[in-house]
Write a protein that binds this ligand. Structure first.
Ligand SMILES: [Zn+2]
Length: 245
């Protein structure tokens, strides 16, 4: 990584910045990814565990699987990548996190705001009427019901479902306004989220990709680093800090 690759003189502390993250940053906290060769979907059928049809057919199986994943997410800790974003957000107060992860690690690291495109595994909503479940409800109980009688399900986006519109609007708004866009640990293959780095670049943002693997976006990024976020973001924070403070 060379400092000269980033046009620091184009930016100020008022520059709007977006941190867009995917499963890679959670993997650095020890959480399994989905589409990788060793990820969840190499072992489990996503149509049984992460679709409305699957839930209708066997809600107990789905809830049991999510209870186990919730436990893993709760046991995981935010890593150096999440913490670097917290520091970056102090340097750039006009910044936002857009994530495809449902584990809540960004918020636990103090990142704010965090737009969760695929929901949050620690929340539940009604399968029938869609109402958010009372956050005080004991989610350790597998079968819970809404006041309307509907079964509660995890508040995550399943296969075949649309992303929450309000969150998506915030994400596209922040992306279209930003001057620096970080694409971190995301394969940029799942739409519409995968559109965000392209959208940022089309609007003139400087787009920095951080991913141990090459992605379809890598050749187009203004700067593409083959690295884990915990290492690359921490180092880059020091560079931005030195250049802007
Ligand atoms: Zn309901």
């Amino acid at each position: 990584m060379s400092d000269s690759q980033i046009p620091f003189d184009k930016f100020t502390r008022n520059s709007p910045v977006v941190f867009f993250t995917g499963a890679g940053i959670s993997a650095e906290s020890g959480l399994a990814t989905f589409r990788d060769p060793h990820g969840h979907w190499s072992k489990y059928d996503p149509m049984k565990l992460a679709s409305a049809d699957g839930f209708r057919q066997d809600p107990e199986l789905v809830l049991e699987w999510y209870a186990a994943r919730r436990k893993q997410a709760a046991a995981a800790k935010p890593n150096a990548g999440h913490r670097a974003i917290t520091k970056f957000q102090k340097l750039f107060p006009n910044s936002a996190v857009i994530t495809q992860n449902v584990d809540g690690l960004h918020a636990r690291a103090g990142n704010d705001p965090v737009w969760e495109l695929h929901g949050n595994i620690h929340r539940q909503k009604c399968f029938s009427c869609g109402s958010a479940a009372d956050s005080g409800r004991d989610v350790s109980l597998r079968m819970n019901y809404c006041d309307c009688g509907g079964l509660l399900r995890p508040d995550v986006v399943w296969f075949g479902e649309s992303l929450p519109l309000e969150v998506l609007n915030h994400a596209f708004d922040a992306t279209s306004r930003c001057e620096i866009f970080f694409s971190i640990g995301t394969s940029t293959q799942i739409y519409p989220a995968a559109q965000l780095p392209y959208e940022a670049q089309n609007r003139g943002a400087f787009v920095i990709e951080i991913n141990p693997e090459t992605t379809p976006f890598s050749s187009q990024a203004d700067l593409s680093l083959r690295a884990k976020s915990g290492i690359a973001l921490s180092k880059m924070y020091e560079e931005f800090h030195a250049a802007l403070l």
